[in-house]
Design a protein around this ligand. Structure first.
Ligand SMILES: *Cc1c(COP(=O)(O)O)cnc(C)c1O
Length: 378
């Protein structure tokens, strides 16, 4: 008995730091490290700390609660939160020195009203350039900018950035959105909004569309070492996946031909064989959709999930391989170390690796490790 957690996500914080350092050298701009959704499942505070060490100058999150949690953990770097509900707590944001993404005149005025007299609220004005999510409507843009310039003059606001977000539909679509963004920047300048930061690229465009880098990029998936490009692997991009999802074989059983495996008997053994039980299930973020398809390393050998993935566990038919209780099981990690990529689980579940890493469940123990530990045997 090792006392090792039954279900464990190893988080290589050095990989995050090095990925940021590598990407910053590539883009040659300011980097906003995106640590929303608990740092894409890696732990927001450890991801933020590693990204700042790697040269990010600012952190990005979706909502104010995520930003406040970073402050409560002692992170003092600039943080911007850009997704707000109908009744956002801008007062709390102002108290914690959190910058706000602003998508409407109503939000702009609320941000100004939340400022304390001696402390303007930092805002990033977002313009809609075609994604169809939030962002100021192009026909409202000049009015919002003029109001922002006025509120800046009276000391309630500081316009830190103007930004937008791309659809990654095609390079042509992203170039068209970028052209609309440049028009919006010109219009903003005409009414006196000249922000220090201009940002539209997330990981995909920051790598694939250099003209979209401007003077700042918002990097999410790439800092965690996963490729934002369908046709290029992490290694192709010089990135190292930071998360390794592992467990241990919980039970083995020798069974005859014809044995049904897991709910619904969607797998039946073809011959006498060994079944290994893995204590990870869909409650842990192993997608049931990947039943019969997801890749699994047991020791140094690669297998495929057999039958249905259940809430807490799944089974692997390992044939005559020597597999014992306690053997290390890795679902995904760094492919250069022979592990399946998170993207393979994405493919197996008809989704993307973003969803695989962000949905790792609360029963999975996150263990921060250094690089040599993720590559080493237990
Ligand atoms: C999540 C998000 C990002 C980061 O996207 P990646 O593809 O993970 O780099 C950047 N900007 C906005 C507005 C986002 O919502």
């Amino acid at each position: 008995m090792t006392g090792r957690p039954l279900r464990e996500a190893l988080i290589d914080v050095e990989a995050i730091e090095q990925n940021v350092r590598h990407l910053r050298r590539l883009v040659q701009t300011e980097v906003i490290a995106v640590v929303k959704a608990d740092g894409y499942g890696h732990g927001a505070v450890r991801a933020a700390t590693a990204a700042l060490s790697g040269g990010a100058s600012r952190l990005g999150v979706a909502d104010i609660a995520e930003a406040v949690a970073l402050r409560r953990a002692g992170i003092t770097a600039p943080v911007v939160a850009w997704l707000h509900g109908p009744d956002p707590d801008f007062r709390s944001a102002a108290e914690h020195g959190i910058e706000l993404g602003i998508s409407s005149i109503v939000q702009l005025q609320a941000a100004a009203a939340a400022a304390s007299p001696d402390h303007p609220v930092g805002v990033h004005l977002k313009v809609e350039t075609g994604l169809g999510r939030n962002g100021v409507e192009p026909r409202e843009w000049v009015r919002v900018c003029a109001e922002a310039a006025r509120l800046e003059r009276v000391g309630h606001l500081r316009v830190v950035g103007v930004f937008s977000h791309l659809s990654n539909t095609s390079l042509a679509d992203d170039r068209a959105a970028l052209a609309r963004f440049h028009d919006a920047l010109d219009a903003a300048a005409e009414v006196g909004v000249r922000p220090p930061l201009r940002h539209i690229a997330a990981s995909n465009a920051a790598i694939a569309l250099p003209e979209a880098r401007l003077n700042c990029v918002r990097l999410g998936i790439a800092i965690y070492g996963l490729s934002p490009l369908a046709d290029r692997s992490s290694a192709d991009l010089g990135l190292r996946p930071a998360m390794t999802l592992r467990s241990s074989v919980a039970a083995v059983r020798r069974v005859p031909a014809g044995q049904g495996v897991s709910y619904g008997y969607t797998h039946r053994t073809a011959a006498e064989t060994t079944l290994a039980l893995i204590p990870l299930g869909y409650a842990d973020g192993v997608p049931r959709q990947a039943s019969g398809r997801g890749p699994v390393m047991i020791g140094d050998r690669r297998f495929t999930v057999s039958g249905r993935i259940a809430m807490d566990q799944f089974v692997v038919d390992v044939g005559d391989a020597q597999v014992a209780v306690g053997d290390e099981v890795v679902l995904f990690g760094d492919p250069t170390l022979g592990r399946p990529a998170a993207a393979e689980w994405g493919d197996a579940a008809d989704t993307i690796d973003y969803e695989i890493v962000t949905r790792i469940g609360p029963r999975v123990h996150r263990t921060a490790v250094s690089s040599e530990m993720t590559g080493g045997r237990p």
